[in-house]
Unconditional design. Structure first.
Length: 336
């Protein structure tokens, strides 16, 4: 089903995320920049993918791959107006302003450069953009009417002050390894996947406005990143949310925090591994008592035995009159 396909995709991405966190790369000393301009010959050699253009009677190469050319000046790129797929990764660019001339651009990749901002006007057809591992400090000015996927991982962004109206179709947002302290400003109504691991988030303000969200990553490292304690940012309006990763955060209370997720009708997967709450007695049983629709906890499916134990414990508490008021007695179904 749809949840399983999302979970499979998410597990793969999460494994990659785990591997990336196992070791930190040493910072290399900054080198003096030597001017390296994009030339016509270099640009021509980077072109591929011949396609029809305009009225279909003419053709042009629409893919340009300029990875790893040590470029810091791409002024000439404005002459290649038919390019739709552009990769400028692993160069030394501090500005991509000339790219604004490529009005037919569909995908743009500028990973591993020296950008401090995304200096582009609205691009009418841009659908996917990646600016991973730059020095970007602000998201202001990122406004593209057709953009669906935006990658800003590994930058220096401290505030998510997005132009929500300028990104009406955004469905996937990646902001891992930045300096965010809050989710305030991330209020995209069509956003489906949000990756915020390895920030400094403690406050989940505004998340409840992401009513289409299906997958949410908020992983911390148990020390300095995403030390979230309170799960106050969720609401019944988040009717699509299926998977939440809170691994390594500071969630510590089964009794007060886990019930706050009961408002999420589609929640099927939850990760709390390495959070203090995961060390509480009968952790898995207490979670399923509160979240009866949950299928997996810490990526392990609940067994029939666990569901039976939860049901028996619930009925015992019901008979003894010691149920939490937030756990009503009607519809106590734990087994499928």
């Amino acid at each position: 089903n749809e949840y399983k396909s999302y979970l499979s995709l998410d597990n793969n991405m999460s494994d990659d995320e785990d591997n990336q966190m196992e070791g930190e790369e040493e910072e290399e000393p900054e080198e003096e920049l030597v001017e390296c301009k994009l030339t016509e010959q270099m640009a021509g050699e980077s072109l591929s993918l011949l396609c029809k253009i305009g009225n279909g009677l003419s053709h042009a190469y629409v893919k340009m791959d300029l990875q790893g050319k040590v470029l810091n000046d791409i002024s000439i790129i404005c002459a290649f107006i038919h390019v739709r797929y552009l990769d400028l990764s692993t160069n030394r660019l501090v500005s991509i302003a000339p790219v604004s001339a490529l009005k037919h651009l569909l995908t743009l990749t500028v990973d591993n450069n020296l950008l401090t901002e995304v200096d582009l006007p609205p691009m009418p057809y841009l659908q996917r953009a990646s600016f991973q591992n730059n020095k970007i400090t602000s998201v202001k000015g990122i406004s593209h009417p057709m953009l669906e996927v935006l990658n800003l991982n590994s930058n220096q962004i401290s505030t998510a002050s997005f132009d929500i109206d300028g990104l009406p179709k955004l469905a996937v947002l990646e902001l891992r390894e930045n300096q965010l302290k809050s989710t305030d400003g991330i209020t995209f109504p069509k956003l489906q996947r949000l990756y915020l691991s390895e920030n400094q988030i403690t406050d989940l303000t505004g998340l409840d406005q992401c009513v289409s969200l299906k997958i949410l990553h908020l992983r911390g490292n148990n020390e300095t990143t995403n030390q979230i304690e309170l799960l106050d940012g969720f609401s019944k309006d988040m009717v699509a949310l299926q998977y939440i990763n809170l691994r390594g955060t500071n969630v510590s209370s089964l009794k007060t925090e886990i019930p706050k997720l009961k408002c999420l009708p589609m929640l099927r997967g939850l990760v709390l591994k390495d959070a203090p709450v995961s060390r509480e007695e009968e952790y898995r049983i207490e979670v399923i008592i509160n979240l009866r629709n949950l299928e997996r906890l810490d990526k392990d499916a609940f067994t029939d035995e666990e569901r039976q134990e939860a049901q028996d414990l619930y009925r015992q508490r019901e008979e003894e009159g010691i149920l939490d008021e937030s756990n009503p007695g009607e519809g106590a179904v734990f087994l499928e």
